[in-house]
Design a protein around this ligand. Structure first.
Ligand code: SF4
Ligand code: SF4
Length: 166
């Protein structure tokens, strides 16, 4: 089964992820025991990253950014459709319409509406944040984010292997 490369727009990717999730969650073709375990582990890693971001003041600073946030319109076009599929698997009701012009399609007034964010989102820390954090805090943030990204990548690759077999 082909996925990813032929899809150009974020709407197409969301539509593909939704259809694939509806099909696979009923028939368990992809959502098998091993994938379910990895999903549970990913939720824990996401929760841990979020905890560290809150503790170190990153979440507060991002919330204060408002319209100056780095979550701008167009970033969503760089999403891998499998990352959107993972969000459906994690029970996220994926937002299909942009809340505000200039914002990423997944951004809401309360921040990002996704659980599994793309590597480019997890990995990004602006200069303002880097200046605010002590070296130890920065290392801690990078460590938890690194673990989240590693697992997201592994999970995504496992899902792709199963999709290719179909
Ligand atoms: S990473 Fe920096 S620019 Fe992006 S939302 Fe957070 S504070 Fe704002
Ligand atoms: S997916 Fe979430 S974190 Fe990434 S740019 Fe969009 S709103 Fe920001």
């Amino acid at each position: 089964m082909e996925f990813g490369n032929h899809m150009r727009s974020i709407k197409e990717k969301i539509e593909w992820a939704k259809r694939t999730y509806q099909r696979t969650c009923q028939e368990k073709e992809i959502l098998d025991e091993s994938i379910s375990e990895m999903l549970k582990e990913l939720e824990k890693k996401i929760a841990r990253s979020s905890e560290v971001m809150k503790k170190n003041g990153v979440s507060r600073m991002c919330a204060e950014c408002g319209d100056m946030s780095c979550c701008g319109e167009g970033i969503e076009e760089r999403f891998d459709p499998v990352t959107i599929l993972i969000n459906y698997m994690l029970g996220v009701e994926v937002q299909e319409e942009r809340v505000k012009k200039g914002w990423c399609i997944f951004l809401t007034e309360r921040g990002c509406s996704l659980k599994a964010r793309e590597i480019i989102c997890i990995n990004y820390l602006c200069d303002k944040i880097k200046e605010m954090l002590s070296l130890d805090e920065l290392r801690e943030v990078q460590l938890v984010c690194g673990e989240e990204m590693d697992l997201l990548f592994k999970l995504s690759e496992e899902i792709k292997k199963r999709l290719r077999r179909q």
